[in-house]
Ligand binder design. Sequence first.
Ligand code: CDP
Ligand code: CDP
Length: 235
Amino acid sequence: MTVGGPAGSSGGFDAQPGARVVITIDGPAASGKSSAAKLLAQRLGIAYVSSGLLYRGATLVALRQGIDVADEGAILALLAEQDVRLHPEAGGNRVTVDWRDVTDELHTDAVDASVSVVAKHPRVRAWVNDRLREMGGSFVIDGRDMGTSVFPGALAKFYLTADPAVRAKRRAGERSTGVEAIATELSRRDERDKRQSVPAADAVVIDTGPLTLVEVVEQVLTAVLRVLPARTVNT
Ligand code: CDP
Ligand code: CDP
């Protein structure tokens, strides 16, 4: 398992000295950012990094210890004690806590319900952002504030949106929870995430509602190829 740096980052653009490429894809829950980011990364032959999984990892360790997720100091103390790591592997990102893989526990209703409370804490945000900025190589990264706060100098920035009802339906297709409960949870999370979810001024905004995933990726790839120096792209 590759640790501390995105897998796949040794090929593609890194073969050219000084050619590091960072592409950001931000947007609200179920706007399609992680699916699009993963496919785009494959097409470009670079790594995919999920910033949300670090927030989910921090939330999981807090919930496991029975800590009040509103208690920033207690969460920070826990993150200093337990080794929460993101492993950006080619097939999808994994998270370990003290080297035990917890990825399958990160997309539960319990984590969904608490993650945006944890993500409001400035020092938790700083902890996540430090982990992301440590990563070398080229990658496509998704989240909420990748294009604004964390990688403002990214080569290309995208912000995906979709109507809340469309997003609830999409997420319900991935969970056993009913669409109404999902819609309520998503709107609560949208509200809590509002502050860090503003599109970058130079982001290309795409409404994914009427589009298939393939159409979204085509739009994103076309925009990326306009600004990328000519190099091989995986087809
Ligand atoms: O895929 P989905 O948008 O549902 O979740 P995610 O990307 O895994 O993000 C989970 C939560 O982490 C979000 O609801 C935010 O509260 C937080 N987050 C954030 O604040 N900033 C980021 N860059 C990424 C995620
Ligand atoms: O990462 P984020 O939470 O923004 O969304 P996702 O997990 O990538 O996408 C949520 C679901 O919507 C997935 O099952 C996608 O296949 C589906 N979808 C999409 O991403 N884009 C479309 N244009 C249509 C559907």
